[in-house]
Design a protein around this ligand. Structure first.
Ligand code: TYD
Length: 200
């Protein structure tokens, strides 16, 4: 198992779990690269600023293509070289985020987004942890943190659609996507993650 991704709505606790996973791998002295989207490459960091800035009004296709541009750089500069070198890669968000988030934008449908993504020939994760919890619960957590970004500031119905889109993807791909009840205690969530990580 070399390529691991984390997905979930705002406030689903991905960062906490990723921190726990960092320690888990460190204790085992394994070479692991932790990365995230958007914004991990140099160009990606500029793209991230554009995407997250609340003052920007971004058209649906602009948003989608910026996200995909970030991913192309990310895969080319970080994910592929690390996987080729035999290292484990853990990414905070990846393909399912684009289907869940950009799929809610007006005039963009899921199938179209999937078609664009397929053209990019991106590496497919070995396992994807979907941290699932009620939207109200997640947004409460997100609001307790720093000021809300452009995505977090969207209304609750947007976030509810994102959660449903994630659950639909899980239903369609239960062998790769592991859905975890993220309203459990963080230690309990991590136990489930640990059980599903198989290092070869
Ligand atoms: P970030 O601050 O990294 O937070 P988190 O992952 O903890 O929510 O925000 C990244 C935002 O970008 C997040 O709100 C989801 C959004 N996003 C998309 O809309 N599509 C994508 O494909 C990706 C990777 C992220």
């Amino acid at each position: 198992m070399k390529f691991i991704t984390f997905e979930g709505i705002e406030g689903s606790g991905k960062s906490t779990q990723i921190e726990l996973l960092k320690n888990f791998f460190k204790e085992r002295s394994l070479e692991v690269v932790f990365t995230k989207e958007p914004g991990s490459s140099k160009i990606g960091s500029y793209i991230r600023e554009i995407l997250l800035n609340k003052n920007n009004s971004i058209l649906p296709y602009t948003e989608l293509f910026l996200i995909l541009a970030d991913r192309i750089q990310h895969v080319h500069e970080i994910i592929e070289p690390e996987l080729k070198a035999g290292n484990i890669v853990v990414s905070d968000r990846y393909i399912e985020s684009s289907i869940a988030y950009q799929g809610q934008r007006e005039g963009l449908d899921k199938e179209e987004i999937i078609n664009f993504i397929e053209k990019l020939n991106l590496p497919v994760p070995d396992i994807t942890f979907l941290l699932d919890l009620p939207v109200e619960h997640g947004l409460d957590r997100a609001k307790k943190r720093a000021s809300l970004d452009r995505f977090e500031s969207e209304d609750i119905s947007f976030h509810k659609k994102i959660r449903s889109a994630y659950l639909e993807m899980y239903d369609q791909n239960p062998s790769r996507i592991i859905k975890i009840d993220a309203s459990l205690k963080s230690e309990e969530v991590f136990e489930i993650i640990k059980k599903n990580i198989k290092i070869d």
